[in-house]
Design a protein around this ligand. Structure first.
Ligand code: ATR
Length: 281
């Protein structure tokens, strides 16, 4: 019968994850299905979870707004997901459910796939813009990998301070206002935009201005609708190397598939195909 995987969240009608996992099934030659199981906000969440337990599916992904809520239904939570307080992948191991979070590590894999030198030097200066769930995941993954200088700028500075509590003894983190970050952009080697600012339909917005950028650093935006955000366009105009948001989707899915099946499927050419699909929307 093959593997049975699902995606829960709301709204998920336009999710690209089923397409990605379909490619992984084909490439790995494994049999299986990955279906959307939308849980509406006024549905009984626990009722839906009981149904999923009864079906004995092999694994599932969780997206907004249920990444925190799922935790109380799990038998075990991986240490990184626990630190993040959010789970996006659950595997069924002989009837027990274990939760993981592949967002941050998936993001790092996407950077490594595009920039071969990335990952060699842990002393680079990194700036994260935003302090929501995505920022937390990326910050955790970077600290786990041993990056030493990771600053966080956010409109609400207390949220950034909360994330910085996750630092380990190797990490130094400064909390900045967005105005301070804008002044300091040339101090960084990598800038990661994690807020929703610039997402369709507000495509003219940018969290900070990059007008004074004068170094060929890496600038990354996790927004992927549009692919080239105003922020990335400014970065490109300033001669930076840009990293698009959609590839994070691909690599967090690759990690989930690996947790479920034990197979690391090649993502070769998928990045480009995914880009074409998203551009067509
Ligand atoms: P996610 O889980 O996808 O990261 P989130 O938790 O809602 O989303 O986080 C949204 C982030 O975008 C936050 O950093 C938020 O800033 P605040 O903490 O100050 O709310 C940021 N954000 C959203 N809209 C913003 C705006 N118009 N200007 C500045 N920051 C904004």
């Amino acid at each position: 019968m093959g593997y049975q995987f699902e995606l829960i969240g709301f709204p998920i009608k336009h999710s690209i994850s089923p397409w990605i996992h379909e490619q992984f099934f084909t490439r790995s030659k494994l049999q299986g299905t990955y279906i959307k199981n939308e849980i509406e906000l006024n549905d009984s969440f626990s009722g839906k979870i009981i149904e999923m337990k009864a079906k004995q599916i092999d694994g599932f992904n969780i997206t907004v707004p249920y990444k925190q809520r799922i935790i109380s239904y799990l038998d075990e939570v991986d240490i990184i997901a626990e630190k993040m307080g959010a789970v996006n992948t659950v595997v069924n191991q002989n009837g027990t459910w274990k939760g993981y979070n592949t967002d941050g590590k998936g993001y790092l894999r996407s950077l490594e796939s595009k920039f071969s030198a990335f990952g060699h030097d842990k002393s680079i200066h990194i700036l994260i813009l935003g302090a929501g769930g995505a920022a937390r995941g990326i910050y955790c993954a970077l600290t786990e990998e041993g990056y030493m200088h990771i600053d966080i700028a956010n409109r609400t500075m207390t949220s950034a301070e909360d994330i910085a509590k996750l630092a380990n003894d190797k990490t130094s983190t400064q909390i900045l206002s967005l105005e301070e970050a804008e002044q300091l952009i040339n101090h960084y080697d990598l800038i990661i935009q994690t807020t929703s600012v610039g997402m369709k339909p507000n495509i003219d917005q940018s969290i900070i201005s990059l007008a004074s950028l004068n170094k060929p650093i890496i600038v990354s935006d996790i927004v992927y609708q549009p692919l080239k955000t105003n922020f990335l366009q400014q970065a490109e105009n300033a001669g930076a190397q840009i990293h698009y948001g959609h590839s994070m989707l691909l690599y967090q899915a690759q990690l989930a598939f690996e947790i479920w099946t034990g197979q690391r499927v090649s993502t070769e050419n998928l990045d480009h195909e995914l880009q074409l699909i998203l551009e067509g929307r």
